[in-house]
Design a protein around this ligand. Sequence first.
Ligand code: PMP
Length: 431
Amino acid sequence: YNSSRVVSRDDQVICGASRARYFPMVIQSGKGSCFTDLDGNDYIDFSSSAAVLNTGHSHPRVLKAIKAQLDQYIHFSCDYLYAEPQVKLAEAICRIVPGDYKKKVSFGHSGSDAIDGAIKLARAYTKRPGIVSFMGAYHGSTFGALSASAICHEMRRGIGPLLPGFQHLPYPNCFRCSLEHARSTCGLACFSMLEEAFSTYIVPEETAAILIEPIAGDMGFIEPPEAYMTALQRFCRKHGILLIADEVQQGMGRTGRWFSFEHFNLEPDIVVMGKALGSGLPISAVVAREEISNALEMPAHLFTLQGNAVAAAAALATIETIEEERLIENAKMMGDFLKSRFRALMKDYQVIGDVRGRGLSIGVELLADRELKTPDPEAAVKITYECFQKGLLMLFLSSNVLRIQPPLILDAATAEKAVDIVEGAVKAYSK
Ligand code: PMP
């Protein structure tokens, strides 16, 4: 096998901390919702390379924009000259981020560095040190983003101390809410917990920002109740705390809106985006109210390759493609279809404990015991492996949640074929 030769060479030269390979598969080429490996096997892609390929593999419009820019010039550092591709992109980003106020954009290369940018902005603007984020959150692996993350020991062990000033609160999780189970209606105990934290060990007037992923991807597609978000926004305003929305994974149309915070009518002060922004080319952005943006001085958030012309051209074409091909509407429609199929499977297979998410960001939680909600990580490994063998690339998160994030260009026939493969794998596991 050609793939296995690359796999063994990869083992020799790629740093173990920078690789998390699910399957012994090497991609050769991709088109639309599918790709082919080095041995000529075809796969449906239910991962979009971790929510990056929202426009699918090698969308012709994105390719055309990249090639046109390559023919002009590749890069000139924005430290020294003006460059139109990044200005055009910033204008488009300011247009798609809701909010009738003046915004400014700063570019980076990854979700992680953009999260760092947001943290810098919040501290500089409020002149406060504290950053509050959530337990289980993944915000990235640079020191700032890592300090805000709280997902596993492996991300932190041996590399501390991390940045001071960070605190983590429990993320509201209705599916596993132990505080409310005795009551018939939600008393928003999760928000009471936040208030209690802020009235005991977190000093509000020393807190610059609360950083939240409005639909928490790596936690297993957890969505807070809308009332929590409304209360959170009000709490932030009352205490002069900025609200930062991490849209790196759920943004760019994935959840059936441009950004996931729109489902909750939130008005974040800073929005962070990455992953799908460049359809696979490395580009990220921090968008903030103008007065917040102005709080940082040159060169407090400067990178030599920032706003690279080819990546910016790809990102502008990505936004235009999402708009013109109505991919947000398609994400909603296909997402509803997939969810209804998975919910139907829930009736027949005990292992499917919950189906949740919005648009094409769907989590299917696998349980060993529905009553006790005992996670079944073995099911996640076996089902995703069986799917891989049958030609569907699907990942899992949080040890037992199937991660369903296909490209937003997904069509009904491919969706149908993919769910049939998942059904077969669930059936085989349930035997
Ligand atoms: N925030 C969220 C919500 C993410 O899912 C990720 C990546 N998984 C990041 C930030 C970090 O992005 P990157 O890997 O591009 O640095």
